[in-house]
Ligand binder design. Sequence first.
Ligand code: NAD
Ligand code: IPM
Ligand code: MN
Length: 368
Amino acid sequence: MSTKIVTLPGDGIGPEILAPAVELLRAFVPDVEIEEHVFGGASIDAHGTALTDEVLAACRTADAVLLAAVGGPKWDTTDPAQPRPEQGLLGLRKGLGLYANLRPVRPVPALYDASPLRRDIIEGTDLLVVRELTGGIYFGKSGREPDSAYDTCTYTRAEVERIARTAFEAARRRAAASGRRAKVTSVDKANVMETSRLWREVVTGVAADYDDVHLEHLLVDNAAMQLVSHPADFDVVVAENLFGDILSDEAAMLTGSLGMLPSASLGAAGDPGLFEPVHGSAPDIAGKGIANPLATFLSVALMLRHGLGRPEDAERIERAVDEVLEDGMRTPDLAGGTLAPPPMADVPPEVEVGTAEMTTAVIEALAS
Ligand code: NAD
Ligand code: IPM
Ligand code: MN
């Protein structure tokens, strides 16, 4: 039986990074059946809505969904009556029941100096953000009056409990693989928000089933600070939808660029997952051929691991990505305008490359 992957290129740099990712996927699953659909702004242009019923139905029948990014200035509006590309993304996550968003942050040594943070701060960092993806303020009642507007944040015990279990299970798996003590940092704003007090209560209750996992609670503002002051102290970070969104972009900079962070969005066992980079459609660099495709490649790796049951293939992609970075390949987001001179004679010099060269390098590294 062949594997069916629905691909959603979306907008901006989306198509530029999705095509190379499909090329990479074909190297592993030669008989993969790719079904591409318009999504986001492109779908608004074609059909007047960011996610059509047909596309959602197609995603439901896929083995997994690979998405690049949506949005852009063309569809930016403050008019609540106008459709927005991002509604497609939220509709897809909700429609597929993808409540658990995993965002691994694993800075690779070759990029320690690409980060604006000091190497000695980043060294040893290997964390996982577990973001609740189908609840909270993203999906509460919202509205606009002539002179006011509101968004509401609601969480049920059941919603908090299932994401907490995802986090504790992930911490256990990571500890088994690394030998480190398992730890979950639960992030909330329990000093102010009622939903956060429920969150803290439920997470503490779930922890009773995992006495091998150390649980700590951090207020979100303090968590934001500690992610850049002591990132290596984190293991699994579990947070509600909005906090997880913000903290993961912040954590991306530990890897050197937002263009490095992949994600897996998962729902009920057996249902198709959604795999996408954490970053957006980067309208500022769209069409220039310089977008970093590595977050999408690493999302393909997550798809192979969590969606298609091929963990060894996932590791091969991750190793190939590490290798090209060790070889000095840098898209401009990683080069920061100034390429560092090689620190030692046996370290290859850094070379600035575009999306196509980076793709070729990864595919060649896989073949060797
Ligand atoms: P963004 O993530 O698109 O870009 C932020 C900055 O990071 C930009 O300077 C961009 O050039 C850079 N960047 C991002 N990805 C990169 C890559 N792969 N290679 C090189 N540089 C990269 O965030 P934004 O500019 O705030 O948002 C632009 C649009 O994307 C908005 O419409 C937003 O809603 C949307 N968005 C979509 C998703 C998604 O589809 N999952 C995620 C975030 C934002
Ligand atoms: C992300 C994005 C989305 C989010 C937007 C585009 C709706 O920022 O995937 O992180 O906030 O979830
Ligand atoms: Mn985001």
